[in-house]
Write a protein that binds this ligand. Structure first.
Ligand code: GRF
Length: 200
């Protein structure tokens, strides 16, 4: 019998409800032994973040990031949990450059638009979808990208497109994009983990 390679240890950083975290957990659970990744640590910059509750419910170690601008502290936290890949999922704080430099190629984010359009400082939540509608775009979508020390600027890994429908509001478009995020992020993370596992 061939020995199973232990899955890559993934940390998810979040600020909000954690619907992307839940989609990742559900997808990896469905893959079971075939998954290349396992979420072993979840951290949030707010103690009340729903993502922490979802993580606890799944029996995953959690922490509150006391000062998101403190790069050395975040590095220590990730190291202490023996993390191998960092996934930002609705994490609304800039990751300090010490962290992005140290984790280059192993820290990724999901953005609710088709980058490089509609990204950058201040482009989060409803504002993204309002800007897409105001620009009269025929489509939007979700983007998984590498993280560097500016918002939404790292290399694009994968995208899923959705149409903008006549009569869309920021809320209806946001819901369609979020559903795309929930399909795109889990499978992209698993594929990335599969690549990274070979360079362990
Ligand atoms: C998503 O639109 C994500 O792209 C953004 O935060 C929203 C949802 O967060 N950055 P969550 O996964 O439900 O916490």
């Amino acid at each position: 019998m061939t020995e199973r390679i232990p899955p890559l240890r993934v940390a998810v950083l979040a600020s909000g409800g954690g619907s992307n975290l839940q989609a990742i957990l559900d997808y990896l659970a469905r893959l079971g032994a075939a998954s290349a990744a396992r979420v072993t640590f979840v951290a949030a910059n707010r103690a009340g973040a729903g993502a922490l509750e979802k993580a606890r419910a799944a029996g995953i170690a959690t922490a509150v990031i006391a000062d998101p601008a403190d790069g050395p502290a975040l590095l220590r936290l990730l190291e202490s949990h023996r993390v191998e890949l960092v996934a930002l999922a609705g994490y609304l704080r800039l990751v300090p450059s010490e962290v992005t430099a140290r984790w280059r190629g192993r820290i990724v984010n999901i953005h609710p638009a088709l980058l490089p359009k509609f990204g950058g400082t201040g482009m989060y939540g409803r504002r993204v979808h309002e800007a897409v509608l105001a620009a009269g775009e025929p489509e939007s979508g979700a983007t998984v990208h590498h993280v560097d020390d500016a918002f939404d600027c790292g290399a694009i890994i994968a995208q899923e497109r959705v149409p903008v429908e006549p009569g869309d509001t920021a809320d209806s478009l946001a819901a369609r994009v979020l559903a795309a995020e929930h399909r795109l992020y889990p499978r992209t993370l698993d594929a990335l983990a599969r690549q990274l596992i070979t360079s362990r």
